[in-house]
Design a protein. Structure first.
Lengths: 195, 164
């Protein structure tokens, strides 16, 4: 977490290291989003999810290449699909989730939802970086072990964001985060494994 | 945020959703351990018992190590916070079922363990909302959930050694 003090209403946003903020996103995502999702620019937030999915798809491509199911020339193309999914896919997903959350009385804007969803993939970025290191260094197949695990860890921040967007309704947030998580998992499987 | 929320009563559906989630994860685990057609039903039962006992331990330990919430809201507050947090098991159970039944993966443990850890973190956020203090609320339930998830993984590993 960013600090151990009680937050105050008038407290200025504190500068925190990027890695620290990403780790905090795994432990207390609601608070990180509360503090930072309103202040960070959407392109920066989507850069987080874009990088996370690029690394995830790159690991998938390397795994497939290692077992002879993908040509070396296609590795970069699949990583590019990951970047597109992490940026455009996450933005569209956030917008749809925001639209579905409207009837439940949330006060957040579509822009906040996009920023929160982008930042929400911070845990996936950490897992993606660690997984790529293991993939390249030890030649392990890491797409499922690290990539999918990172995607799962992102469900916590997504739930926290959706909770904000639905005005604190846990049940609706759980259902919407299930749908969002399933959409990304199935999209990854469709784009990389061919369904 | 000088004022803190009061614990809303836990909606009746939450415990049921949690039990179904634990049951689903238990059933999916048992499918791998034994080809017997009764295995998923037994696994579902074991999953419910193991999940409920694990959550019970977690609640007792949270009530000891997060005294602020206990003093302000009593055990009811602890139950409400952890109950809301463990609603997060639902997405993981659904995605585990999709991965298992749609993709044919054998990764139920990864989903179960990540689900328990994420639920612990979500419970911590609820405890913070009830005035538990940011550090205690963030670290205590997350660490306890880590132990819970490790116990789940260990129990599955031990079950694999049984001559079923």
């Amino acid at each position: 977490m960013t600090n151990g003090a009680q937050p105050n209403a008038g407290e200025a946003p504190r500068r925190v290291g990027a890695l620290r903020a990403m780790l905090a996103m795994m432990i207390n995502p609601g608070r990180v989003l509360e503090r930072h999702a309103g202040s960070i620019a959407a392109p920066w937030a989507l850069l987080v999810s874009g990088l996370a999915f690029t690394l995830f798809f790159l690991q998938t491509a390397l795994d497939l290449e290692r077992v002879g199911k993908m040509a070396s020339g296609d590795v970069a193309a699949l990583a590019g699909k990951g970047a597109a999914m992490g940026i455009l896919g996450v933005a569209v997903l956030a917008f749809l989730a925001w639209a579905f959350s409207l009837p439940f009385g949330g006060q957040r804007t579509a822009g906040w939802a996009v920023r929160a969803f982008g930042l929400g993939y911070s845990p996936a970025l950490i897992y993606g970086a660690v997984g790529l290191g293991l993939n390249l260094g030890l030649k392990w197949n890491t797409a499922v072990a690290c990539g999918v695990t990172g995607l799962l860890w992102a469900l916590g921040p997504l739930f926290a964001a959706l909770r904000e967007m639905t005005g604190g309704k846990n049940g609706v947030s759980a259902v919407l985060s299930t749908l969002c998580g399933a959409a990304m998992l199935f999209a990854w499987a469709e784009l990389s494994l061919g369904g | 945020m000088a004022e803190h929320d009061s614990p809303a009563g836990l909606p009746r559906g939450y415990p049921l959703v949690r039990l179904v989630s634990f049951a689903g994860l238990g059933a999916l685990t048992a499918r791998h351990l034994n080809a017997n057609e009764m295995a998923p039903a037994v696994g579902a039962g074991v999953g419910v018992v193991f999940g409920s006992v694990g959550l019970g331990f977690l609640r007792v330990l949270v009530s000891i190590f997060c005294p602020r919430v206990m003093q302000r809201h009593g055990y009811r507050g602890i139950r409400a916070a952890t109950g809301a947090g463990f609603l997060m098991m639902f997405p993981f159970a659904v995605l585990a079922a999709a991965a298992e039944l749609q993709f044919g993966w054998s990764a139920v443990q990864a989903f179960a363990m990540a689900g328990i850890m994420t639920s612990g973190a979500a419970a911590g956020a609820e405890l913070a909302r009830l005035g538990g203090g940011p550090m205690a609320s963030a670290i205590v339930p997350t660490f306890l959930a880590f132990l819970f998830s490790a116990a789940w993984g260990l129990a599955t590993a031990l079950a694999q050694m049984l001559p079923l």
